[in-house]
Design a protein around this ligand. Structure first.
Ligand code: SAM
Length: 271
């Protein structure tokens, strides 16, 4: 890694080191995040894979999930946070999953950390690619790692979250309403700053122009985002079910690009 990038990743790692102890407990309290993760996983399960890489695995929930569902596959992971690496290693030991191997680092470090390994599945759930120093370079690095026939399931915090912009404007919070459009976004937490970038559909297509887009899904278009907790409670199960299904339908229209979160499945061109 270059010096500037090292410095940036140290900051991102320190942010998530601090997040690590509470990370999973917070997640298990949030049914919206759980539902979105379950949907992300279906895109990985659709593919056949033997050697998988997760970038930014956090506490290792998905690594453990895929290591259990595919005991014959080798599941590699990298994360910039040493505390997250420790949590994932604890899971590996707790569930006795010898097919997990994790290390501390970012996309640029994979070749050094796992020399000679090619992956037929690479996935990123919840945010790690919004905190890379240069997304085009990261996209190229992923291309070197991905097997010729492999698939990548990549998820991003989306720039054009229309409903969120309207809600924040109604709350008379213009800065929050437009924060995703700034060159640098400060992350989700109102009290802790995380230097990150939100990307539009067009920007992602541009950064990943050397890949074929196999599928796309936008999340939380009409369904309130995971962090509108009171709004989600008010809706109750029926309301949330209705809006989740409305979003599925909206994914057939141009509104699919206006969700809070976005998932892309890429493969090599002519793969
Ligand atoms: C929001 S958490 C999501 C964790 C996990 N994927 C999940 O869904 O529970 C983002 C994780 O990505 C890691 N991360 C952030 N930027 C990264 C980068 N550039 N390279 C590798 N890991 C990164 C963080 O340390 C953190 O563990």
């Amino acid at each position: 890694m270059q010096d500037k990038a090292v410095n940036y990743y140290e900051k991102v790692g320190a942010y998530y080191d601090q997040d690590a102890p509470e990370f999973e407990a917070r997640y298990w309290k949030n049914p919206v995040l759980q539902r979105i993760r379950a949907d992300f996983r279906t895109f990985v399960h659709k593919e056949k894979f033997a050697t998988v890489l997760e970038i930014g695995f956090g506490s290792g929930l998905d690594l453990a999930h895929f290591a259990m569902s595919h005991p014959e596959a080798m599941c590699y992971g990298i994360d910039v946070s040493q505390q997250m690496v420790n949590l994932a290693n604890e899971k590996k030991t707790h569930y006795n999953l010898p097919n997990i191997q994790v290390a501390q680092g970012s996309v640029e470090d994979v070749v050094r950390l796992f020399p000679g390994v090619k992956f037929d599945m690479i996935y990123v759930f919840f945010g790690a690619l919004n905190t890379v120093k240069d997304l085009s370079l990261a996209a190229d690095a992923l291309g070197q790692l991905l097997d010729k026939e492999g698939k990548m399931v990549l998820t991003f915090v989306n720039k054009w979250y229309l409903q969120g912009t309207i809600i924040e404007l109604l709350k008379l919070r213009p800065r929050a309403a437009f924060s995703r459009f700034f060159k640098v976004w400060g992350g989700y937490s109102p009290s802790r700053y995380l230097e990150s970038v939100c990307y539009s559909y067009r920007e992602i297509r541009q950064h990943f122009k050397n890949y074929s887009l196999e599928s796309y899904r936008g999340y939380s278009i009409m369904h309130p985002a995971w962090y509108y907790i009171r709004f989600n409670i008010l809706l109750k199960n029926k309301g949330r079910w209705l809006l989740w299904n409305t979003d599925l339908w909206l994914n057939r229209t141009p509104a699919r690009k206006w969700g809070e979160y976005a998932l892309y499945v890429f493969s090599h061109k002519n793969g």
